[in-house]
Design a protein around this ligand. Structure first.
Ligand code: ADP
Ligand code: MG
Length: 405
């Protein structure tokens, strides 16, 4: 691993540094509900302004798909950053157009500005390398060098993550370096027993991880939206719960493989079933094999793991020496369905060893449920990125910075 560091860029005094951050924070009605990713960017920002650089922060927010979508504006993020830094942080109304150029030209040494959402331009996430390169070329005009620190997007070959790092002299920032330190400890020689807890809603994204983790871990605990695909694979009806029908055979394959390898795939034995997807939905706890056996019938939706399951998961977690958790156990945003996530989070804080939480929503969940960052070994800012790292996949946004798996 030979990630280029900020020092490799030489003196930054008076230089304009483009800082690619992942400031993709959760928002509700225009308010930031968890500013963890903004705070995680502060060490690098401090290092750059301390060195006398003029810092141009670029980031994405949400998935506006190449169009200007007001609710995905980074304006609230610039405002929050200004509060955290205690200085004025000008915000450009476009990413690299006239507003951006004017804002950048107005910066003095040690100043920080934020540009509008990268993903308002199709070139950022385009499948065409030419289109991405063209957009990266426009971004490159904003500064002299690039510091790449958006750990949450290093698994994406996107213009600001990959092509821009090829065009400009580039290095990793401090956040990426510290994330890699921890993830390295999870892969190089993790202390056993090693448990991985998976949940969340990006089911097919995360199923692939299981295959790669099977040779390395002792147990895999399945909660969140993906649990229903496992229950269905075992022949159980899951009502209106999240289900990926085309993954049933794949999932059966994982279960067989786990048995052969002696890895425990721990599935829920009970589930909280709701009448509908809503905070105030009626709900009951049911055994995992009788989800449709409620007054809601096949309209019932599983929105959390049940209390027995949560207790069993907590037991496995507490007796492990290494635990990695990605994906909430249920729809924690609704109080009634946050119990599983809370119990699992609590168990992670009691691990005698290394506990890592990865994923934007998972990190937001533990904070929303009242836990503090220092109760965990590490809270990673990247869900997909950390999972792909653990899978041993090639991460384009790191390789372009000199890193090798
Ligand atoms: P992360 O950002 O931590 O990687 P994901 O983005 O995959 O996690 O998933 C987070 C979302 O998963 C949360 O908004 C949560 O409400 C949702 N979720 C968890 N369990 C369920 C479920 N049973 N049904 C639907 N959504 C769920
Ligand atoms: Mg998420």
């Amino acid at each position: 691993m030979s990630l280029r560091t900020i020092e490799s860029l030489g003196s930054l005094a008076g230089k304009t540094v483009i800082l690619r951050c992942d400031l993709n924070v959760p928002l509700k009605d225009g308010e930031i509900t968890d500013d963890g990713r903004i705070r995680a960017s502060l060490p690098t920002l401090g290092a750059l302004t301390g060195a006398g650089a003029r810092v141009v922060v670029i980031s994405h927010l949400g998935r506006p798909d190449g169009e200007v979508v007001e609710k995905y504006s980074l304006a609230p993020v610039a405002a929050r950053l200004s509060e955290l830094l205690g200085v004025d942080v000008p915000f450009a109304a476009d990413t690299c157009g006239p507003s951006a150029k004017a804002v950048v030209a107005s910066l003095g040494d040690g100043d920080v500005a934020v540009m509008e959402n990268l993903r308002f331009t199709p070139g950022e996430t385009s499948k065409s390398a030419d289109e991405r390169r063209a957009f990266a070329g426009q971004l490159a005009e904003l500064g002299d060098v690039l510091v790449s620190d958006g750990f949450g997007v290093v698994h994406r070959k996107q213009a600001s993550v990959y092509e821009l790092a090829e065009i400009l002299p580039s290095s990793a920032g401090l956040l990426i370096a510290s994330e890699l330190d921890v993830l390295d400890r999870l892969t190089a020689s993790p202390q056993k027993p090693y448990a991985v807890v998976l949940g969340g809603s990006k089911v097919s994204d995360k199923l692939g991880v299981i295959e790669h983790l099977l040779p390395r871990v002792d147990s895999i605990l399945i909660g969140g939206g993906m649990l229903f695909t496992f229950l269905a694979a075992q022949g159980h009806a899951v009502g209106a719960s999240l289900l990926e029908n085309d993954q049933l055979d794949t999932v059966r394959g994982y279960l067989d493989e786990a048995t052969k390898r002696g890895v425990d795939i721990v599935l829920p034995t009970d589930v909280v079933v709701a009448s509908t997807f809503a905070a105030d939905a009626e709900h009951v706890v049911r055994p995992a094999d009788s989800i449709e056996n409620t007054e809601f019938g096949d309209a019932g939706i599983g929105l959390d793991i049940g209390p027995d399951t949560a207790a069993a998961f907590a037991g496995v977690i507490r007796s492990s020496k290494t635990v990695f958790w990605n994906g909430p156990m249920g729809v924690f945003e609704f109080d009634a369905f946050s119990g599983g996530t809370k119990t699992v989070a609590q168990a992670l804080t009691e691990v005698d060893g290394l506990s890592v939480v990865g994923g934007g929503d998972s990190a937001a969940a533990v904070r929303a449920l009242g836990f503090s960052d220092d109760q965990f070994g590490h809270i990673s800012t990247g869900g997909g990125a950390s999972l792909e790292f653990l899978e041993g996949k090639h991460l384009p946004g790191l390789e372009v910075l000199g890193w090798q798996a």
